[in-house]
Ligand binder design. Sequence first.
Ligand code: ZN
Length: 326
Amino acid sequence: MSFPTIRMRRLRRTEALRTMLNQVQIQPSSLIYPIFVDETITEPVSITTMPGYFRYPLDKVVDEGRAALEQGVKSILLFGVPSKKDETGSGAYAKNGVVQKAAKELKAQFKEDLVIIGDVCLCEYTNHGHCGIVDKENGDVRNDETLELLGKTAVSQVESGVDIVAPSAMMDGQVFTIREFLDDAGFEQTPILAYSAKYASAFYGPFRDAAESTPKFGNRKSYQMNQGSVSEALREIELDINEGADMIMVKPALAYLDIISYAKASFDVPIVAYNVSGEYSMVKAAALNGWIDEKSAVYEILSGIKRAGADLIITYHAKNLRAWLK
Ligand SMILES: [Zn+2]
């Protein structure tokens, strides 16, 4: 059977029909709101390369947590900007580190209502801006020495109130090591969200301004994934699941929708997509110029990421979304 018996337009005729048949729902509860906490400021500082986005001082973090909850967003992802950086990124695992302090305040205020995710990496805390210990002779990031520091970071975050740890350094064995460290510390119930397929991407640029984590030399291509890799992404995900990851992530989202889709088809764990800073800033820049309609574009982008197979989306648009969805 075909035309004229079949007319595909019959089901598109009214708004009610279109809404009824919509297969992709964007729920605020499936969005994760990233927050930058900066130890060196006393007032929110706007991030030039991410219009509408701010770094917050510690005493404003609770307000941001509340703002997220008021939008129906249940979860935040914490990134820290420390007052001082060093070779080994000690601020990442310091008892009174910036993320640790923020997590304590948030946990005291919101208890179990807000899910606090801690990004576990060293690049915001090292003076060279790389995600691990750098070999002074050849500039390489030393994998196995970095693992212990990531393990320590995860434990210290959870001690401070972080509910889920999210290792993002792309070191081999990081999920395994963190699982061991957490279990040894009595945190065997704390889930790990692994940045499994994290590509070396041009779309991280604005984030690096926000978190002051641009590498001082070289790039991250020896640990983050090559853009042309497909099977390697699936292998990374599989390894992380075998090492104990409870959820996995694909990052960035838009240029890697195929990877999200393959991951969804291949693995029965929650798939998280990171709609990264550059993806946010492109939309913002175009919208500020009046070139696109921001709300429609954001809704379309998030629908696309969902359709590809993401269960959860980390997005800088999270805070505004509820008003838009109405
Ligand atoms: Zn990093």
